[in-house]
Design a protein around this ligand. Sequence first.
Ligand SMILES: C[S@@+](CC[C@H](N)C(=O)[O-])C[C@H]1O[C@@H](n2cnc3c(N)ncnc32)[C@H](O)[C@@H]1O
Length: 277
Amino acid sequence: MNETNKQITNLLLQLYGMDVSKYDDLFLNKSIQKRITDTRCGSYNEYYTNLEQNIEEAKFFIESLQISHSEFFRNSLTFSVLERILLPSIALQKKCSAQKEIRIWSAACAAGQEAYSLAMLLEEHKNSDYEKFSYRILATDYSEKQVNQAQKGEYPLGALYNLNIKRIKHWLIRNGDTYTIIPTLKENINFSVFDLFGEQLCCPPASIFGDFNLIVCANLLFYYKPEYRKQILKKIANSLAKEGLIIVGEAERDILMNENWYEIFPQSGIFKGIEHR
Ligand SMILES: C[S@@+](CC[C@H](N)C(=O)[O-])C[C@H]1O[C@@H](n2cnc3c(N)ncnc32)[C@H](O)[C@@H]1O
């Protein structure tokens, strides 16, 4: 850790009890530089003094680390592979197996876009399939604010840019400037607060036993230091069903490759344990 990061990390912990030691060094450094610019401090020393004297700035800084940007159908390649190949194949396998339900965990769901995108694909496939299947999506985030927003499923038009008109008309209801996910799409999704660093549980209590066919843990690993990325990966891997898949963000593929996971379609961010290769 560089000196700047060390000083700010110690200050936040000692003065305010706020722990930022898990965050990746480069990310922490960029966030500090951004706050220096946004607060119009002339130098790092000036910002340090500001942080020392002002708990409000400490709260702003912590908030700036909690990136919650998400999109419907984020990473189009991942969702195409899911739609055309993987979900139909999992649905088919389920029909012949004892455990009939497709189980999915969206492990950092932000305001719900990821979970609703998956539900749209599953519902659309279900409607085109003469033999129906069942599914359950557990969607969690450590931010209560994000989980509440996800449960509401309300979005401005600007958040729907990856959805085609057909999907907007079918899955959302317009009310003035707000578009709300229809109740049918919410039926098989369970939203709850869950911290991936929590020590007591390996998966959300609502899932009871884990055993997920698919875990989406996208666009959060790269915010943490390598040892904490490993900790999260270990935790979610323990909740996978046999031959289950993990999906990460485009910029996180190297992290899994370096941990001996095998990307089943090039560039897709969809991984299997190397033992199932
Ligand atoms: C950038 S968003 C990504 C959302 C979505 N997965 C996507 O790819 O669009 C990262 C999310 O991870 C959540 N998060 C960060 N650390 C977490 C942790 N330790 N446990 C659970 N959620 C966490 C944040 O609250 C935020 O909503």
